[in-house]
Design a protein around this ligand. Structure first.
Ligand SMILES: [Zn+2]
Length: 323
């Protein structure tokens, strides 16, 4: 089923807010990807995921791709009853799409969330291996830099990627070799302990920052080797300046690690609010920010005016003020 930004949530595995399945039921798995100009890859990806296990549900968030990916998805959703498509009105970024998927997995009562790229660089055939490893851990990442792994990256891209991941391992004290890959599996019960509203990165830095938040929240992490293939069709969308944002983000996280105690633990998302603009339930607190009313009001003012919060919509990008 397909939905536009103004529509309510609807998913094949159960309505938002549905409870967890009975203990004897098979684990419910949601496979997520975000698309922007993936018209030539997305049908093959869906077909290959369904070939691995027909019981997997799929969620695809499209950021109004100019190449018509949204139209391809609308045709696909008619044939694929386990596919949910969310059309966002504009390019809102990879980070917010992944946060939306995390909220969706939590609220719809899934046991497992798997995220992957839509360009076929992540072979769906690794899904069983990821899920097997997830039986022993809260979080598993498909790694390009652990023994037995391969990557099709060469030259400058390989050097930058290796340096970024080596730096993250050295500076963040997390015993993984891969931090920036989007091929991941989350145990949803453990994901509830991560406050995703504190993850601020909207672009590719989201993957580094979210892994840091996961580790700080006490989730056990593991990696499995994968062969990272170069995209089959279309062009890479990683901006040239992304390496700079990534390094800036890494330095910020190093500072957080050095100076801030505590964890990122907290229940994810607001369960009782919706977007004032599009009525979507996919809203989170705005990066821990406080509404201007709260910052500027002196203590003697009406307390009701002070108890307002800014929420950000992951569906349309609007900010709302809620009590
Ligand atoms: Zn909205």
């Amino acid at each position: 089923m397909s939905e536009r930004a103004s529509d309510r949530e609807s998913s094949p595995g159960g309505a938002a807010g549905a409870g967890a399945p009975a203990p004897s039921a098979a684990p419910r798995v949601l496979v997520f990807t975000a698309t922007y100009n993936e018209r030539d890859n997305i049908e093959e990806l869906v077909r290959r995921v369904r070939a691995v296990d027909a019981a997997f549900d799929l969620l695809i968030v499209d950021d109004d791709s100019p190449d018509g990916t949204g139209t391809v998805l609308d045709a696909l959703v008619v044939r694929e009853p386990r596919l949910t498509v969310i059309h966002r009105p504009r390019k809102l970024g990879l980070g917010s799409a992944h946060k939306l998927a995390m909220l969706h997995a939590i609220r719809a009562g899934y046991d497992t969330l798997v995220t992957m790229d839509a360009d076929l660089s992540h072979s769906p055939e690794y899904l069983p291996k990821l899920l097997a490893e997830l039986e022993r851990h809260d979080f598993v990442i498909g790694s390009r830099y652990v023994g037995g792994a391969r990557t099709d990256y060469t030259g400058y891209r390989l050097a930058v990627s290796r340096l970024a991941n080596w730096s993250a391992r050295a500076l963040l004290g997390i015993r993984l070799h891969e931090f920036t890959n989007a091929y991941r599996a989350y145990r949803v019960a453990a994901l509830r302990r991560v406050d995703i509203s504190k993850i601020r990165a909207q672009g590719y830095s989201f993957f580094l920052e979210s892994l840091f938040a996961i580790s700080r929240s006490g989730l056990s992490c593991a990696e499995i080797p994968i062969h990272f293939q170069d995209r089959k069709a279309g062009q890479s969308k990683i901006p040239r300046l992304e390496i700079l944002w990534g390094m800036k983000k890494l330095l910020k996280l190093v500072a957080v690690r050095a100076f801030r105690r505590g964890t990122h633990s907290q229940q994810s998302g607001r369960l009782d609010a919706s977007c004032a603009a599009c009525h979507s339930p996919y809203v989170i607190e705005q990066g821990g920010d406080v509404a201007p009313a709260k910052r500027e009001q002196p203590a003697s003012h009406d307390r009701r005016a002070c108890d307002q919060q800014v929420i950000a919509c992951l569906h349309c990008g609007a900010l709302s003020l809620v009590p």
